[in-house]
Design a protein around this ligand. Structure first.
Ligand SMILES: Cc1cc2nc3c(=O)[nH]c(=O)nc-3n(C[C@H](O)[C@H](O)[C@H](O)COP(=O)(O)OP(=O)(O)OC[C@H]3O[C@@H](n4cnc5c(N)ncnc54)[C@H](O)[C@@H]3O)c2cc1C
Length: 451
């Protein structure tokens, strides 16, 4: 049967593969640029190999560190091609590479000179100390990031990450003063541009844009309790401000201001669970799952908020259209899928959707009535299958497994575009299972709710 392409499915163009490739090439070229400049404008050929290698490692690592800021600053023109999630994973991998290169840098220089005094000696000039302190701070940031869950809570980790500008400044000053490669003008210009650009982007991201957002606060229009531990907040943009133009399933960063000293201004990701076809509506549905979210039920109409977004690529309108969708949600992971289902309902999408929705008990099911209402309509043709892990009932029991998936889907899995969102263990298990059942990897999309 020929695939029907619903009218609504083509509405959001987010990113382009050509731009995504071009940005990767540009990034790689920037990493190589100092090496090319050093080779063409310096006097490297007279240096011992180990020293040259150590200096090259430091040059590349400093460029990586300067670009780390751009990767994490949520710049839409970059994010939309990859998704923030993927960018942050890349940011993390590049940070590890920079740390390895910078740890190797003094070791290679020491090996080359035949003396460990550079590393062990205390009688050093101030620029060498700048380099040592930068490396020490970088190691603190790296260790607290790699083992964040074991070492710190999210907010404390975020504060430690605030050492980034100090690391950059110390590292750049160190290399500017003692780096043999930085004597030529082209390299100095490159260094100034990189440092300047990263500090400007950092200041915009951390101070300027948040302050501008705070000058135009959104209002909490309504608060609705959905289940014993889930609340829905509806937001209204301030006078003269356009609501966000988002694709269904995307998320935004929310900061609430409720006269709660402990949590006011704390930033969290939440999916926009409303449909973008509902004019001026911006809804987040939030589960009590920790320190901040345990206070969400205390939010009142009239409280204020800043909203930054939209971000993410977990949307059926962003990826290749299909006539058959399999949505698999675990707990609060229903929110992006609900955003997509509401959009399908509002656009009368001519598609078949099977939703496997996993919860512990019936009391945990969010949006149950609305899902039933959508299931009664013809567009989309929705089939909802609830799977309960901790309640003995007459429906499917346990964790979502091969049997549940096979029974719920009418066709072979390669025919479906599959969207998965839920707790980490469930997502890993479900993704493994659907791939074993023949799902196409290029039609399988997932959203992680944890960092
Ligand atoms: C893309 C995305 C969309 C999400 N959508 C929803 C949604 O629609 N509904 C919903 O209920 N939850 C959603 N979440 C999860 C939500 O962001 C976290 O549950 C919430 O931030 C936890 O905060 P807490 O202080 O209550 O929990 P804590 O107990 O303090 O933290 C629990 C875990 O949540 C993460 N976390 C804590 N603080 C932050 C923070 N400031 N920013 C990011 N992560 C943090 C950390 O990994 C932490 O280990 C989403 C997360 C992501 C990444």
């Amino acid at each position: 049967m020929a695939e029907t392409t619903p009218r609504s499915v083509r509405t959001h163009r987010l990113g382009s593969p050509i731009a995504a490739i071009a940005l990767v090439v540009f990034y790689a070229a920037l990493l190589m640029l100092p090496l090319v400049l050093a080779a063409t404008t310096g006097e490297r050929e007279t240096e011992p190999f180990l020293k040259m290698l150590g200096m090259s490692f430091a040059l590349v690592a400093m460029v990586i560190l300067a670009l780390q800021v751009m990767l994490a600053a949520r710049i839409k023109a970059i994010c939309e091609h990859y998704g923030l999630d993927m960018l942050l994973r890349f940011h993390r991998s590049m940070a590890v590479l920079a740390v390895v290169l910078l740890v190797a840098h003094p070791i290679l220089l020491a090996l080359s000179s035949g003396s460990w005094r550079l590393i062990t000696g205390l009688q050093q000039s101030w620029p060498i100390w700048f380099g040592k302190i930068a490396l020490l701070l970088l190691l603190i940031v790296a260790v607290t990031s790699l083992w964040r869950r074991q070492l710190l809570n999210f907010e404390a980790w975020h504060k430690v990450h605030g050492l980034a500008p100090a690391i950059l400044l110390l590292g750049f000053v160190h290399s500017w003063v003692v780096g043999d490669d930085l004597e030529g003008t082209p390299m100095r210009v490159l260094w100034l541009v990189l440092l300047g650009a990263s500090l400007v982007v950092y200041s915009l991201h951390m101070f300027v844009w948040p302050a501008l957002r705070r000058s135009k606060l959104w209002n909490v229009a309504s608060v609705k309790q959905e289940t014993h531990n889930v609340w829905t907040l509806e937001f209204e943009p301030p006078e003269g401000v356009e609501p966000l133009h988002y694709a269904p399933g995307q998320f935004s960063f929310l900061r609430l201001y409720r006269g709660d000293e402990r949590h006011d201004g704390e930033e969290h990701h939440f999916t926009i669970s409303s449909s973008p076809l509902q004019a001026r509506t911006h809804i987040c549905t939030i589960k009590n799952s920790g320190d901040f979210t345990s206070t969400i039920g205390a939010t009142e109409p009239g409280d204020t908020a800043t909203i930054q977004g939209p971000y993410g690529r977990f949307s059926y309108t962003v990826h290749a259209p299909s006539s058959k969708y399999l949505f698999i949600a675990g707990g609060i992971g229903i929110t992006p899928l609900m955003g997509m289902l509401r959009h399908m309902r509002d656009s009368e999408a001519d598609v078949d959707v099977t939703l496997l929705y996993a919860n512990d008990t019936q009391a945990d099911i969010v949006f149950r009535e609305e899902l039933d209402e959508i299931a009664e309509s013809d567009a989309p043709r929705l089939k909802v299958v609830h799977v309960l892990a901790k309640e003995d009932w007459d429906g499917p029991i346990g964790h979502v497994n091969r049997t549940h998936i096979a029974q719920a889907t009418a066709e072979e899995l390669p025919d479906y575009a599959i969207y998965v969102c839920g707790p980490p263990a469930m997502m890993r298990r479900v993704i493994r299972t659907v791939l074993r059942m023949g799902a196409r990897e290029d039609r399988l999309y997932s959203e992680r709710f944890w960092l």
